[in-house]
Design a protein around this ligand. Sequence first.
Ligand code: BGC
Ligand code: BGC
Length: 638
Amino acid sequence: MKRLISLLLVAFLLLCSACSADTPASGEASSTTATSGTESSLPDAETTVTTSGSDDYMDASLAPERRAELLLSQMTLEEKAGQMLQGAFYAVKASDLTANGLGSVLSGGGGVPSSNTIEGWQKMVDSYQKASMATRLKIPFLYGIDAVHGHNNVYGAVVFPQNIGLGAANDPDLMYQMGAAVADEMKLTHTLWNFSPCVAVAQDPRWGRTYESYSSDTEIVTALALSYAKGQMDNGVIPTAKHYAGDGGTVFGTGEGDYLIDRGDTELSEADFRSIHLKAYKDLVDAGVPVVMASFSSINGVKMSENKYYLTDVLKNEFGFKGFVVSDWEAVSGLSGDSFAENVCLAVNAGVDMLMEPTRYADAGKAIVDGVNSGVIPEARVDDAVLRILTVKFEYGLFEDPYMKNLQTKETKLGSDEYRAIAEKLVEKSLVLLKNEGDVLPLKKGQKILVTGPAADDIGAQCGGWTKTWQGITDKENGGPITEGTTILDGLKEYGKEIGIEFFTDKSRIDEADAVICAIGEKPYAEYEGDSEDLSLLGSLGLSGNKDALTLAQTTGKPVIALIVAGREVNISQYLGDFDAAVMCFLPGSEGEGVAAVLTGKANFTGKLPMPWYQDASQIGAENPKLLFEKGYGLAYA
Ligand code: BGC
Ligand code: BGC
């Protein structure tokens, strides 16, 4: 009966779409016909719609896996291939979604709709969903985004500290709260899938992605990633454990192409690989993490995205991972096959379930279909992939509420005071006191303090990469604050008023100062662009202005308090002697007053170094490396 009704309904809709120009289905269907020839082997909503079968998979009382099976049994090979594809929003028109039945669309770093507001995002996501709802089986698509330290692409969202600072804070309860807060801000924009947490266990600070890693310590990474992921899942957002696996273990000099270390090779025995790099995944799988992203990197020469042993035998079969594996951005093109199509087959056969192919999604879909038709990909492999993807979509309620009309959010706007307070607390806890001679810190009532250096008053510098844009940008380059927030200087002034400390920036008044704060650091960067040979603060990755600030620190007779705003433990050996006090701030994000709270003694230092601090880059990987500070180091006020 149900089936008959749905058949009649489909026939009726088809009829309507043929005669009325303004029904949504008609609008999408006609643009479908206009899409390019490269998509010819993929499903076409108009030609397949009449074969619509049972909608028994819409019975919400059934288990998600069962519903996925029921749906899968009705799907054509082309429809299945469509679910395995993810294109980038800038390359995917709504009509492409109807034509290809794409499982997902993503925003990479900086990928935002023309109106970067809650309304702009909802409009974009919903219009894609409308196109998905115009397909034969009405399978909702899923929007994926890198909300890696807050909902960082979106103007006005709270920008939390980067992971390395969260590792220094090492507070699982706050990580849970952060996960929940980020989930809430994501839901406001109708983006339900997050490419986070990164569970890299970074070993070499020369790696440009060091700040994406919580720590070089597997236990810290595991505990923090688990809490954060739970905070997301408990609040209806799909986290992704990435980049599986060993992204943080690559050997300097093995980077892909001419990258120094990023996307390189991790060279370890299986036992060490498992204990250092796989542990977090095992625990996240046990906690029900729905997605794992395969790494660009290799293990002992084999790219992870074509590594059947680690993707299928270990992750899926041994660990029991029931969710789906997504490949990284265009990662397929770097595999060992002779052609794009061959690489797609390699990835799928190894266990990749969804292909992140920002622009070549249609080619990838064709490669899957051809691969099955020619016997290179077993159809059972495709079925398994699609089952996994659909199960996650059922689990997260997309079939019940594709337009997210019933989505519950705690807040109604981005950047609420409550979420900023969580970020500020994390900033406070992430600061590591390296040195405090003569108890220069905390600052004292009645003091006058000169605040200088390129990181003192710049939200973009505090946030680093993956903020507003992929590479990130300083306020200085941006010509104004990159987003809403508080700089370190703003925070100091705020606390100063309360406590009775005067903060000023006019260097000509230096004689009046009781102490000088020098905030130096790294420029924003992401991925391989941040690979560094020597970790120098004066090289291409240092903030312009570091040199002046460091010279001032060296020459002023005043007590100097250095604030290091950087994605990693940069080379400071030659300057440390010029600092009376030094604080490692990592990349604190948009809530700079967290720094002020600790400098003024409103809160104590609790942060501990999440990685060993090498004396200089030549010590990295040495048998008995000379360290400036051990992992776990961090002073506090008495
Ligand atoms: C990065 C991933 C990210 C993806 C989507 C890739 O280049 O390696 O971490 O999730 O892009 O932006
Ligand atoms: C995207 C990032 C992606 C990167 C990979 C950029 O264009 O915005 O999200 O990670 O490309 O190279």
